[in-house]
Design a protein around this ligand. Structure first.
Ligand SMILES: [Zn+2]
Ligand SMILES: [Zn+2]
Length: 359
């Protein structure tokens, strides 16, 4: 009887990872879906405070004509100018100073973590818990990335999971690559997004002072952390030209973080295998994982949104998990949720596309 399969497979050095323990042996006789359902049910109970990021298959698009697309010209113009600036940044890149390159890389990684470890895995999905110093650090990193405040980001993201691929999904990938990539930020939200989004339970975010503080001071905070600080540091501390500082560390870096995040919504919903669930469109895309520091295992992530690694694996092309584990070693992160191998295998067997390679 393969009880060992059902036991926690994580290294014992992870002190506070929550996985389900071995279920009673009679459950092993159950086959496929029934066993998996029990396992997943147990796992969902590990995170009782969060339910609104679980896919709701009962929600369907309304019949009838689609509302007219309303363009938001201010956003279109700003986004166009930002990308022009980033292109110029690419041209200037080879003539930048070495320390400026390091700074661009550092600021890119910090901004990215503010999204992946912060807005995504901590605040949208509550896949682990973080102590105050880490939450303060992540909210600062998140502000560097300027992708709307955490409250709004998490609301949109929970809707993306719960009402995935419908009109209530803010970046519904059924509307094409461009829409799910950036187009959704350039037009007025579909009425279904507002309607269903307003019904989501966001009480955990409203109750968190760090999140509400960011929301209150968001405009001056992004001005400082996304634009002023990254520009002034290279110019002031190692005499980089103002032009290089602005176009490399600020415009190019900001645009890159935006685009890799958007690739999770566009490319990782279109290109790749679906080893865990072939009935949903999110896919496993290693290139997206590389750029988005671990967020490209998207078929897995939509199948098990409560897993803190957003992947079956831990440090495999997943800098964010490495970061969270380091924070856990320091005692700043705890209660990391990980789906058991047994539940994963049962799901692969039941709904996978057959591309899963074991071993
Ligand atoms: Zn997610
Ligand atoms: Zn997605």
């Amino acid at each position: 009887m393969p009880v060992h399969l059902l036991q926690e497979e994580m290294s014992s050095s992870y002190t506070t990872t929550t996985t389900i323990t071995a279920p009673p042996s009679k459950m092993l006789q159950n086959e496929g879906g029934k066993l998996e359902k029990t396992l997943v049910h147990l796992e969902e109970e590990i995170r009782p405070e969060m339910k609104d990021d679980i896919y709701d298959p009962t929600y369907k698009d309304k019949e009838g004509p689609r509302p007219k697309t309303e363009y938001v010209w201010r956003n279109i113009i700003l986004m166009f100018l930002l990308h022009l600036g980033a292109l110029y940044g690419i041209i200037l890149f080879p003539t930048g100073q070495f320390y400026t390159w390091l700074w661009v890389f550092f600021y890119y990684m910090m901004s990215a973590l503010g999204i992946t470890a912060g807005a995504h895995r901590l605040w949208s999905h509550r896949t682990y818990k973080a102590r105050l110093p880490l939450r303060v650090f992540l909210i600062i990193c998140n502000t560097m990335a300027f992708q709307n405040d955490v409250y709004e980001w998490a609301r949109d993201h929970r809707a993306h999971h719960k009402f995935s691929e419908t009109d209530a999904d803010p970046h519904n990938s059924r509307r094409g690559f461009f829409f799910s990539h950036v187009g959704w930020l350039l037009v007025r939200k579909h009425p279904a997004v507002k309607e269903k989004g307003s019904l989501l339970d966001l009480s955990d975010l409203k109750a968190e002072k760090v999140v509400m503080f960011q929301r209150k001071y968001y405009k001056p905070a992004i001005l400082l952390m996304c634009f002023i600080v990254p520009t002034l540091v290279p110019w002031y501390f190692w005499g980089e030209t103002f032009q290089h500082s602005l176009f490399l560390a600020t415009l190019l870096r900001y645009t890159m973080v935006l685009n890799v995040t958007w690739l999770v919504n566009s490319a990782a919903h279109l290109y790749g295998y679906r080893p865990y669930d072939k009935n949903i469109s999110p896919r496993e895309n290693i290139l997206v994982s590389l750029g988005a520091v671990g967020e490209g295992f998207h078929n897995y992530h939509h199948s098990f949104p409560y897993d803190y690694s957003t992947s079956e694996y831990r440090w495999h092309v997943n800098f964010t998990t490495f970061f969270i584990d380091c924070m856990a070693a320091l005692g700043l992160a705890y209660d990391r949720k990980k789906v058991s191998k047994a539940a994963i295998q049962a799901r692969i067997k039941r709904t996978g596309d057959g591309s899963y390679k074991s071993g």
